[in-house]
Design a protein around this ligand. Sequence first.
Ligand code: SF4
Ligand code: FES
Length: 248
Amino acid sequence: MKLFLKIWRQENAQAKGQMVDYTIDGIDPNMSFLEMLDVLNEQLVAENKEPIEFDHDCREGICGTCSLQINGQPHGPDRLTTTCQLHMRKFKDGDTIYIEPFRAKAFPVVKDLVIDRSSFERIQQAGGYVSVNTSGNTIDANTIPVDKESADTAFDSAACIGCGACVAACKNASAALFVGAKISQFANLPQGQVEATQRAINMVNQMDAEGFGSCTNTGACEIECPKGIKLTNIATMNREYIKATTKG
Ligand code: SF4
Ligand code: FES
């Protein structure tokens, strides 16, 4: 396949970026999108040019670090697929492909296609966990019975990989789907009840402090989420937050 690429290049966080044109040939349709970028980078290195920076780690849809806006869509044209699991057979020979970083005030560009998603980490640190009391008399969490429906709902929420596609898809750059998933994961389990009040307040407050926009129920986040996180997670977050802030 021969492809015409328009890729965002930006020297550093302060620099003014721009789209740069590249042509690449001989791409196998069975290559992944990131392998195609690897080939382009090898070509650039061979030409003594600076390779394009992009984030990746597991390359199997688990870690959430790959994060490209491809032809205007987070993670590209496939549903329920991360950029690393997207294959070139989804494109046609001779296609022009626009490749940009996820755009959001709370995700500043570090370099080229790499963004800083530490805002998500700070939200997690604000309450996305269950504390372990190691007094010696602690009951093993696994001995607490969890009904199947709650376990399944919690597991579905826990599938969120923190990629940020929901933010990139949202016209308000809202992180409600991500935060909703992280709060719902614990709201549906008995182990999550002890710290539920502080968790909801602290995580929502941190989300606002990081500069994410408000949710206006557009639903683009659910469409673009590679892990199928449902809008019901946002409803759970709102319920948990209202419960926490109206406690007498
Ligand atoms: S909710 Fe979906 S799109 Fe948003 S961070 Fe989690 S996995 Fe990514
Ligand atoms: S590189 Fe890990 S999810 Fe894509």
